[in-house]
Design a protein around this ligand. Sequence first.
Ligand code: AMP
Ligand code: GLY
Length: 424
Amino acid sequence: MNVLLLGSGGREHALAWKLAQSRRLTKLYAAPGNPGIAAHAECVALDHGHLDAVVAFARDHDVGLVVVGPEQPLVDGLTDLLIAEGILVFGPTAAAARLEGSKGFTKDLCAREGIPTAAYGRFADAGAARAALPGFGLPVVIKADGLAAGKGVVIAETPAQAEAAIAGMFAGAHGGAGAEVVIEAFLQGEEASLFALTDGETVVPFGSAQDHKRVGDGDTGPNTGGMGAYSPAPVLTAALQARAMAEIVVPTVRAMAAAGTPYAGILYAGLMLTADGPELIEYNARFGDPEAQVLMMRLEGDLLDLLLAVAERRLASLPSPAFAAHTALTVVMAARGYPGTPEKGGAIGGIAAAEATGARIFQAGTAMRHGALVASGGRVLNVTATGATVAAAQAAAYRAVDRIDFPTGFCRRDIGWREIAREG
Ligand code: AMP
Ligand code: GLY
């Protein structure tokens, strides 16, 4: 079967690497892909913002499954267009992708279904939002309703910060995403990510992970798309995971099906592990980046089989996905300046030497210039290794990091620190 993978980040490199191992695969296309993905796929210059061009490409190249990496094409309805053409696709329809595309939609669903999540309000104008603030205490969380590339959340410590965030969002700081604002109570606890694979009816857990959102060691500095991750997340114990599935994920999938908008794809639940149990922070309608990199390092069996079964609504016919017991840990090497404007064009060497240690280097913001690999984005490389413990996986990942020659890059040196402190 021919497969078309959409996206160009480290998440897609990890998916491409795993898809390329499938016994079902005839040819993998990636659009637009990157130099790392090019080792596993034919990269095609196709802009996945042009939905009709994607559909035409899939039709013309006998593509049996389209795998959508990022959220924007899902929210924009690419899946609906492909289904209308009779082309199988892994990723939810626009109506189902509202679980990521509208925070207010998801909060209302949680309220109706009794799914544990922070108390909230939805506001369509700044005056009403400001007037509601005193009811939430401090800190208070202000969110743009729509997709904002991970930047639409402000945790305000003072009323002045909260009012400034509200004013900024309604003034268009996140474009149309901020036309509506959600205000939430602040949840206390540790965050963990739980992934579930679902075809709309059958729902199976698909691994857990912890990300590191802040740019600096010790979780300091501005938020990023994620500076490193490990899987599994031992803090999400088997008992807590079972609760999160039963109280959060499964009722969501049931509610989406009952509403006539079944959710099929990967459902990524961002959880806060509070004193009262897991609560939902947010959903994503796609794999996490860099969480996919660590999940793919542990996934056993054939990824394409699983994704196809989801697209064909027959997930129940497959055995549950299996993951290796070891820990996988990834360190993001970013270009200087990230998460602000990253320095582009910096030379990258040492990938083969790093992989010779047993690590795997997934590429994100890279490009080929005059035959040499250079940085072309904020997050550039994902140095990924495995180990029997988080500490062992961390040591293996940094051994590989130290073989990479990327003078204009940087990384955190403490990925996994919370769990390593607990491992003692
Ligand atoms: P989101 O984009 O909704 O995942 O929010 C980004 C980050 O903001 C999350 O990963 C949390 O660290 C934090 N956050 C979001 N909502 C809350 C909340 N209600 N309480 C505490 N922290 C939150
Ligand atoms: N690493 C966070 C995300 O993919 O949303």
